[in-house]
Structure formats: C-alpha cells, structure tokens
Write a protein that binds this ligand. Structure first.
Ligand SMILES: NC(=O)c1ccc[n+]([C@@H]2O[C@H](COP(=O)([O-])OP(=O)(O)OC[C@H]3O[C@@H](n4cnc5c(N)ncnc54)[C@H](O)[C@@H]3O)[C@@H](O)[C@H]2O)c1
Length: 702
C-alpha cells in the first residue's frame, strides 16, 4: 500500500495495519495507503471483513501538524475516510494507546469500534484553535448524540475506554492481546451476520441538546477559551450535523475547518505547541551527554518558595530534605506543606494514601550536615547576595562531590555564587515561579561555567517534575528573561500610564481584554507590591530603567500597601476576600505623584495601553535575543505563557510581534520615543528585522 500502511488477508479478514512511529501521526502517505487499502478490500471477493489496527505503542494519535502550515496534501482526509466508511465489507477498528483527533475520526468512519481497557479517546482540536475537520463534527454526534459530542470536544481531555463504551462511542472493551481479541470480535460479528453500519446513515440524537445546555457550554468556552473563535465554529458544525444531510454537513465542516486552520488563533496555538517541544533542544549540545541521576534533593529555606519547590519534587517521587536554621520557620513550613496536601485530599485531587506517601517523602532538618548525601540542593533563602554567597561556600564543603548546587534567585548573579565553590561547573540557577508547586515554568539559568551535563540534568529534572524547563543565560540587566521583560518594559509602562491619566482598573481591564488572566496591578497585588519594590531597590538606577520610574508602585510600597496579603495595595480587599475593590486613596496618591513630576493627566485609550505594555515586552525580548540570553524567540514565548499568562492563542510576545509585523512595531516604538522620550529606544535587533522585512521566529544568531 504505502510505507506506513500494510494490507494482509488472513482467512477472509483483511488486516490493515498502520505503522508510523512514534505515534502513528497521520500524513499524506498514510491517507493514500488507507485509501488504496480500502478500495482494494471493497473489490476483493475473498474478503468478508476488514480490521484496522495500529502497530507500536498507540493508535493514530492525531494528524501530523506540520501539514497544517503547508496545506493538506491529496488525498485529503474526507476522501480517505469516505473510502473506509463506504467499503462494502464490514470494517472494524481496535484502538490502543491514544486515539486522538484525526485518529479517532478514522475510527468513527469504521462500522464497529472496540478498544483495550487502558486506551484513551479524544478530539482535542479546540486546544489547537481548530475543529475536528476530518468528519469528526458530523460523525461523532451521529454516534454518541449531540450533547455527549459537544461535552467530549469541549472537554479536550481524552476519555477512558469505559466512558467511551458508556456513551456508545465504542461497542466493546477488549481484554488481552489487541490483535487476537479484535480478530475474534470480527469473527463474532461475521457469525452474527452483522452488516455494514455506516455512521453517515445515522441521525443525530438531540436529547439534552437544548438552549440551557448550549448556554452552559458557551459560558464554559468563555471561561476556558476566552477570546477564541473555534468553540463557536464547533457549535455551528454540530448544528449542521443535526440539520443538514451528511454530505452537506461534511462540505460545510471542510470549509469551516480550513478557515480555522489558517486563523491567527490556530497559528498561535500551534506555535506554542511546537515551541514547548523545542525548548529541550539546546543548540550545540552533544546529544550523547547523559543526565546525572537525581533521586534525593535538599531544599534550603522553608519560606514561600522552599515549600512549593519541596512539594513539586515530592509529588514527582523524589525524597526531599528541607533545611532552615530557624526552627520556627521550618515548623511553619512543614505545617503549610501538610495543609496543602490536606486541601488536595479534601478537593479529591489526591487520595489519603497518596497524601501520606508524598508528605512522607519530605523531612525537615536544622543543619546542612543532613545534605551531605543528596544529589541536588536548591537554595531558596532570602534574596541577599552576601547570604547566598555564604550558603554556597558552606554547601560546597558539606555536599558530596558531583552534587549539583542550584539557586532559586530571581535577580542575583549566580556566577558570583558559583565563584564561592570549588565546583562552579555544578552550579546552576533553577528559577521557579510562585506558587512553585503549581506554576509550570522553570527558568534553567546557565552560568559562565555550568557544565553541559548539569544543563541536561536540569532539563530532564524539569520534565520529571512536570515543568516547562527553558534554558536561559545571565544578562547585563537584572533578572533573567521573564522578570527582566516584566519590569524593564511591561510594568514600567503600566506605572507610567497611571501618572499620565489611565486608571488602575482601565489598565487591568485592557490587559485582561488582550487575553491575560489578569492585569498588571491585580497581579502585582497578588505577588506582593513589596516584592516588586525590593526588586527595584536592589537594581537601583540602570540606563534602561532609571529610578524615576515606578513612582506609584514605590509610593504604595512605602505606605506598607503590600497587596492582598496586607489588605491593600493598588486595590483594597475585605478580610478573607481576594476580590479587588477600588480605593480612592490610591487615586490621590497617583495625583500627587503626577503633580510632583508636572505630568498633566490626559485620556488614554485601551489600544495605547495594550501597545505600550506589549510592545515594551517585545522590545526587551529583542534585546535578550541579541544578547544570546535565550536560544530562540519561541523560548521567550513559552516563558511568557507559562510564567505570566500571556494568552496562548496569541502565541507569546515574539510570535505576536511577527503576526503584527516587526516593521509596524518598530515604527510605533519610534513614535513612542518621540512622544515619551529616549527610554523608548527601539532595540537594535528590532530595527534590523524591520528593515529586512523579516521576523523574530526565523531569526538566528550569526
Ligand atoms: N516569592 C516569590 O515569588 C519568588 C519567586 C521566585 C524566586 N524567588 C526567590 O526565592 C528565594 C526565596 O524567596 P521566598 O519568597 O521563599 O522567601 P521567604 O522569605 O519566604 O523564605 C526564605 C526562608 O529562608 C530561610 N533562611 C534564611 N537563611 C537561611 C539559611 N542560611 N539556610 C537555610 N534557610 C535560610 C528563612 O528562615 C526563610 O524561611 C529568594 O531568592 C527569592 O528571590 C521568590
């Protein structure tokens, strides 16, 4: 047939086997192979039935996404799957592993479906900004009814075989060997004279698919996929499945599907999907380098970060020893960890047994001596360079040779800490984000001397604790990548615009409308206004960010308005309630600060707010790229999505820049420079790309 589809006739059953390692992703060749196989089966007199299965660890786990950008080659999905469905012999499929997207749509074209008990089935297309466009929107509702179909597609996560049986998506769960059991099932169907059962001949059961249900789904989409169009296209396609003849519904699905694939939203989501898979590939790193074994971890400091990091490791099955010289802090930290686990059990996220197991992996100690045998230590002590240097010197004396010594600092130069040890090659930054047990981002910070082996180990560890590990360097400004972009651009502009006349609520709303889960001031109140302030104090005046900026933030911090934790910050809060309320006192403070600088308030529109915040990110991102602090623009996008909530469907700041056009961003920044002063200087790389007419994603350092 083709290299990845084979046909073999055993007795009177045609066995069609797909084999495209590692996940049997569907490509042009596979579609051609399937088309040819089922056309042949249709014609052969010696065949009574066909069985479609996959080799390897999974059924077809989806389409080859690379084809989305180049255009789907012939034969297309409709043609190939119509050949399966229109086959005159009964067609059975047996699924194992994960049957996703185009894979499950192939199964829906078969006449009978079965799966092994641990198989998972899903149509995750909405997570990529598209709809199931290979017949899924028309066939799934015919098989399971409109309500269950929408629930499944909106749910995104794959469902179990048991659930699939319950809703009628499969006819049977197989016990034992896939091929043997599936062939026995085919024999059984033949013996019972079961005929061809075409999905397209079925009508859609609309029970429960009423206005109330549709409104509920729209509300869900508004919450989980805010700003995205694909959920609405999906609902339209389901309506078509209900109201139009199959062929017409399929034609319509094709048109809508094609439109969705090339939309900005789908391109952004695809970009993040690929960017996530790219972060582990470090240019110039020898692939033969193996990660060091890490089984035990020491955490220094049982404060906010120490606690979260300990939980992240214990959850992943590693043994953790927390050391804090303050007995009180240690006791409080361990109690908070236990409380976190108690909450997880109360919410049904983990069982009592899991809680005991995980909490049992964490122990506390007062002295560094208990770290003599651990494979890795992460310090999360106060953000104070002298203290950190002392800590590194001490750890170097206590820890076994080869143990990795890591810092969770947000802003300090890890080279200086490494210099305190006799093993600078084993020193690295592991910059977690708060709360560290929840936030998915991990900036892995190379020092000048970190060995490749240690970088590889950190990347593997990140995967193990389910984080997005992005390798970054130490730059000329404070912070690594995320926080540098945050303060050097985004927050600076947000603070300036308060002085110029925008309100706190207006700025937060404009950024929320852009797609972030919250605006800068709600976020700052959550993180702690005092934290931003101490960062500003520690950085002092720099060329790009001289002290006159952040006037409002500093004025509020000076008044002890630390945010949610102190009951007031940019907003005020009622006790026990995290909802922000307007505080007229802050209006007065802003007016006073503006008056001191002779700034006349003016009306600022939402576009300006979005542009100044987002373009400032892009400009700083361009500097980081040119400085070689990140390997590629897509890494910045992953950092901003996972660390700061940049909307996934907008792809991240650098993808967004390319989408808008680097030239346009450059020209707008030049205009900002004229209007607001020299601090708005376009990054040299931005200027180069604008003049070349290229973009960040295709840029590579010379
Ligand atoms: N809080 C955040 O959002 C955040 C985010 C990323 C990184 N960080 C960084 O993480 C580090 C810790 O921050 P935090 O917010 O958890 O601070 P924290 O004040 O909550 O906790 C620090 C803990 O370190 C302990 N400690 C002090 N000296 C110690 C020593 N010599 N040995 C062991 N423990 C010692 C203290 O008793 C305290 O419990 C800082 O470097 C900070 O910049 C913080």
């Amino acid at each position: 047939m083709s290299d990845n589809v084979s046909l073999e006739v055993v007795n009177n059953i045609a066995l069609v086997t797909v084999n495209e390692p590692p996940v049997n992703a569907i490509n042009q060749q596979m579609r051609a192979g399937l088309l040819e196989a089922f056309k042949e089966i249709d014609q052969r007199d010696d065949v009574a039935a066909a069985l479609l299965i996959c080799d390897g660890r999974t059924f077809m786990a989806g389409a080859d996404l690379n084809e989305f950008d180049t255009g789907v080659g012939e034969p297309n999905y409709r043609e190939a799957y119509a050949a399966i469905e229109n086959c005159s012999k009964i067609v059975v499929t047996a699924m194992h592993g994960t049957a996703l997207g185009g894979g499950l749509e192939a199964a829906l074209s078969c006449h009978y479906r079965c799966a092994v008990a641990n198989a998972r089935l899903g149509l995750p297309e909405l997570s990529l900004g598209i709809i199931p466009g290979a017949g899924g929107t028309q066939r799934l509702p015919r098989v399971v009814g409109a309500k269950a179909a929408v629930e499944m597609i909106f749910g995104i996560a794959a469902i179990t075989a048991k659930k699939a049986l319950e809703i009628g998506l499969i006819d049977r769960i197989l016990d034992g060997d896939l091929k043997t059991e599936a062939l026995a099932y085919v024999e059984e169907l033949l013996a019972a004279d079961s005929g061809v059962r075409k999905t397209s001949d079925m009508t859609v059961d609309t029970e429960g698919y009423d206005d109330a249900f549709i409104s509920e789904m729209k509300a869900l989409a508004g919450k989980r996929m805010r700003g995205q169009n694909a959920p609405h296209l999906l609902l339209q396609a389901i309506d078509d499945a209900i109201n139009l003849p199959f062929e017409e519904g399929i034609r319509q699905e094709h048109l809508t599907g094609e439109e969705a694939i090339v939309s900005d939203e789908a391109r952004g989501l695809r970009h993040v999907f690929f960017a996530e898979r790219e972060i582990g590939r470090i240019p110039g790193l020898d692939k033969a380098i193996e990660a060091l074994p890490i089984k035990t971890v020491g955490i220094l400091g049982s404060g906010t970060m120490g606690i979260g990091i300990s939980i992240a490791f214990a959850d992943a099955g590693l043994d953790v020893t927390i050391v804090d010289p303050s007995a009180e802090a240690l006791e409080r930290g361990l109690a908070l960890i236990e409380e976190t686990y108690n909450q997880s059990t109360a919410k049904g996220r983990i069982s009592e047994a899991q809680k005991s197991e995980r909490f049992g992996r964490i122990s506390g100690a007062a002295s560094y001596d208990s770290l003599s045998n651990v494979d890795l230590v992460i310090e999360a002590v106060f953000e104070d360079m002298d203290l950190k240097k002392k800590v590194f010197a001490e750890l170097d004396g206590v820890c076994k040779p080869g143990a990795i010594l890591a810092s969770n600092t947000s802003t300090l130069d890890i080279n200086e800490m490494a210099a305190m040890t006799k093993r600078p090659e084993s020193v690295i930054g592991l910059h977690f984000f708060s709360p560290a047990n929840i936030m998915k981002l991990l900036e892995i910070v190379r020092t000048d001397k970190t060995s490749s082996e240690v970088v590889v180990t950190a990347l593997k560890l990140a995967k193990q604790i389910r984080k997005m590990g992005v390798v970054v360097g130490i730059g000329s400004e404070f912070g690594f990548v995320g926080n540098r972009m945050l303060t050097m651009g985004y927050m600076r502009e947000a603070d300036q615009m308060l002085l110029e006349g925008a309100s706190i609520e207006q700025i937060d709303q404009a950024i929320y409308e852009f797609g972030f889960p919250m605006g800068p001031w709600a976020m700052n109140d959550m993180a702690g206004v005092d934290i931003l302030n101490s960062v500003l104090e520690s950085t002092g005046a720099t060329a790009a960010n001289p002290k006159p900026f952040f006037n409002v933030s500093r004025a509020l911090a000076a008044l002890g308005r630390a945010g949610q934790k102190s009951g007031s910050g940019f907003y005020k809060y009622e006790p026990g309630d995290r909802r922000p309320h307007h505080d007229p006192l802050v209006d007065d403070i802003i007016k006073q600060e503006a008056a001191k600088l002779n700034i006349e308030p003016r009306k600022i529109d939402d576009d300006e707010i979005q542009q100044r915040c987002i373009y400032a990110l892009i400009n700083e991102g361009a500097k980081l790229l040119a400085e070689g602090i990140v390997y590629r623009a897509a890494d910045i996008d992953v950092i901003w999505h996972y660390g700061y909530g940049f909307p996934r469907y907008k792809g991240g700041p650098m993808f967004y820049a390319d989408l808008i056009g680097v030239k346009e961003i450059y020209e707008t920044i030049c205009h900002f420079q004229d209007q607001f002063g020299h601090y708005w200087t376009p990054a040299p790389l931005l200027e180069i790309l604008a003049k070349d007419g290229t973009g960040f994603l295709e840029w590579t350092p010379d």
